[in-house]
Design a protein around this ligand. Structure first.
Ligand SMILES: [Mg+2]
Length: 377
C-alpha cells in the first residue's frame, strides 16, 4: 500500500482552495477543502491535519484517516474542521480510484443509475424575468429548477412579504406547468414564525421542495405542522451525521443537503445518506464550490440510491482548472459519470498554478436594512 508523501494547496479565484495529495508511487489525488470566505483558515486546518496525522501513512486507509482526523484532536466538528477533512477525504478517494483504475462510485459499491438530473438554479434579478428564465431552462432540457428568492423579508413581516415570495413560485409554475419540479430556496431569509405560513402558502403551487425555510439555528421550529405541507430540504450548513440525526428522527427534513466540501467529504456523506434512507429521506448533495467538488458530488449522486438531483456545474473558471470540463458538464439537464478513475476530474495543474494566490479572499457581502441594521446575505 503506497504512502502519502507530499501535498500542495492552491488558493484560487473566485473563492476556492484546491488540495493536491501525492503518494510514494507517484499517484496524485485532488480535493476541495474549502469554506467560502475562509480559504486561509481552512488551509491552516488542512496543513495541521496532514502534518499531524497523514504524511507517511498508507493512502488507502481512508476510513481510519477519517476517524483519526475527526476524533484525533479531541475537539471536533464545525464548518472549518469538517471542510478541511472533506477536501482531504476527496483526495484520498481520488487516489484510491486512480490506483485501482476504478471510479469512486464503483469503489462505493457501484452506480445505481445511468445519469443524474441536475437542477438549474434560477436567480432572477427582477421578478418579471422569472417566467422567461424558467421557460429557457426547461427548453434547455432541465426537469428540475431551483428558484432562489432573493427577496429579503422585513424585520417584522407582513402579508405582502408572504405574497411576494409566493408570487415568485407562481410565476415559474404558470410558465412551465406542473410536470416540472420547482424547488424554492428561502436561504434562511424568513423568520422562524413566518416560515410555516410561507410553506403553507407555497404548497398551492406544489414546490418540489422548500430549502432552508429557517436558518440552521432554528431548525427545531420546523416541528410546526404547516411546514409539512411541502417537502423540506436543508443541510448545506450541517456538517456531520450527528447534526442530521435529530432532524431525521423528528421528521423535520425530507431531503438532506450535505455539501461534499463542508460535511466531512465522501466518507461522511455516504453515511449521512444511508442514515437518511432509513427515515425515507432523500439526498440532494449541495455543492457550492468548484469543479473538483462537483466531480465528487457526481460520483456520490450516481452511487447513492436515495439521491434525487444535484446542482449543475458552475461555469466560473472551469475551463481554466479542468481539462475534461465537457465530461463534467450536463447535457439536457443530466450529468453522467466520466469514463475515468477516481473522482473523474482531470485537473489542469498548470491552469491552477497560473491563478494560485490571486483573488481567493472573497467574503460574503454585508447587507443592511434601511435603518442600518444587519441583514443576512
Ligand atoms: Mg441554499
Amino acid at each position: 500500500m503506497t504512502r502519502i508523501v507530499d501535498y500542495e494547496l492552491f488558493e484560487v479565484p473566485p473563492r476556492w482552495l484546491f488540495l493536491k495529495l501525492e503518494t510514494a508511487d507517484g499517484t496524485t489525488g485532488w480535493g476541495e477543502p474549502i469554506l467560502e470566505g475562509r480559504a486561509a483558515t481552512v488551509r491552516t486546518a488542512v496543513e495541521e491535519l496532514l502534518e499531524g496525522y497523514l504524511l507517511g501513512e498508507a493512502a488507502g486507509r481512508i476510513e481510519d484517516h477519517w476517524q483519526t482526523m475527526y476524533r484525533g484532536g479531541f475537539y471536533r466538528g464545525g464548518p472549518v474542521l469538517m471542510s478541511a477533512i472533506a477536501g482531504i477525504d476527496q483526495a484520498l478517494w481520488d487516489i484510491e480510484g486512480k490506483r485501482t483504475d476504478r471510479s469512486v462510485a464503483d469503489l462505493l459499491g457501484g452506480s445505481t443509475r445511468e445519469h443524474v438530473p441536475v437542477y438549474k438554479k434560477l436567480v432572477p434579478e427582477r421578478v418579471d424575468r422569472i417566467p422567461e428564465l424558467a421557460t429557457d431552462a426547461v427548453e434547455a432540457g432541465y426537469e428540475t429548477l431551483k428558484l432562489l428568492t432573493t427577496y429579503q423579508t422585513a424585520p417584522l413581516e407582513s402579508g405582502a412579504d408572504v405574497d411576494a415570495i409566493c408570487e415568485h413560485l407562481s410565476l415559474a409554475r404558470d410558465a412551465v406547468g406542473r410536470a416540472v419540479d420547482i424547488g424554492v430556496d428561502l436561504h434562511g431569509h424568513v423568520s422562524a414564525s413566518m416560515a410555516p405560513r410561507v410553506c403553507a402558502r407555497l404548497a398551492a403551487d406544489d414546490p418540489a421542495f422548500v430549502e432552508e425555510p429557517v436558518r440552521p439555528e432554528h431548525l427545531r421550529t420546523l416541528d410546526r405542522s404547516a411546514t409539512h405541507d411541502v417537502p423540506v430540504a436543508f443541510g448545506e450548513r450541517l456538517y456531520s451525521r450527528w447534526e442530521f440525526r435529530p432532524h431525521l428522527e423528528a421528521g423535520r427534513v425530507d431531503i438532506v443537503q450535505p455539501d461534499v466540501s463542508h460535511a466531512g467529504g465522501i466518507t461522511e456523506i455516504a453515511k449521512i445518506a444511508s442514515m437518511a434512507e432509513t427515515y425515507g429521506a432523500r439526498v440532494m448533495p449541495s455543492c457550492s464550490v468548484g469543479p473538483i467538488a462537483h466531480a465528487a458530488s457526481t460520483q456520490l449522486s450516481h452511487h447513492l440510491p436515495n439521491a434525487v438531483t444535484q446542482p449543475d456545474l458552475g461555469e466560473h473558471y472551469v475551463d481554466a482548472y479542468v481539462d475534461n470540463a465537457d465530461e463534467l458538464r450536463s447535457e439536457n439537464g443530466r450529468v453522467t459519470l466520466p469514463d475515468r478513475p477516481g473522482l473523474g476530474v482531470d485537473v489542469n495543474e498548470a491552469g491552477v498554478r497560473d491563478h494560485a494566490g490571486t483573488g481567493s479572499d472573497w467574503r460574503p457581502p454585508v447587507r443592511r436594512y434601511d435603518d442600518g441594521s444587519f441583514v443576512e446575505w
